[in-house]
Design a protein. Structure first.
Length: 133
């Protein structure tokens, strides 16, 4: 593969990674927010007229989904800081000397990973709650 083709392919991969990352964030924010709102709105339909059993599982689910939303929103904010840092590195011709985006990049990756994990944990808790009721 010649240098021009490799450079174009690299750019496509970077653009694709950015697109996938944005889709991941949007999807998880939508799912976490929707799960939180829907579960609260339809709690009476799940439980009915009886006293809820193991209601702490519903609480754990809501805490997990809320945590997921907070982590993802923090990731979006820190993403802005990472891009600003990378632009500054580029302007100072130091992009190759350090990790582009600085320490923000690993932080963002961690926040996004834990955002996904807490969404799944919330889903598990709510399924347990729904099953028991």
């Amino acid at each position: 593969m010649d240098e021009k083709t490799a450079s174009e392919y690299r750019k496509q991969l970077i653009d694709l990674e950015q697109s996938v990352h944005e889709s991941y964030d949007k999807t998880l924010i939508t799912l976490s927010g929707g799960a939180l709102a829907t579960s609260i709105a339809f709690l009476k339909d799940i439980v009915g007229d009886k006293t809820p059993i193991c209601k702490e599982y519903a609480t754990y689910a809501w805490i997990s989904w809320s945590t997921s939303l907070v982590l993802l929103l923090m990731g979006l904010y820190f993403g802005t800081l990472a891009y600003r840092h990378a632009v500054k590195q580029l302007d100072e011709n130091k992009l190759n000397e350090k990790n582009p985006g600085g320490l923000w990049n690993p932080l963002i990756k961690g926040l996004n990973a834990f955002g996904g994990i807490t969404f799944v944990v919330g889903l598990i808790f709510f399924l347990i709650f729904a099953y028991k009721n």
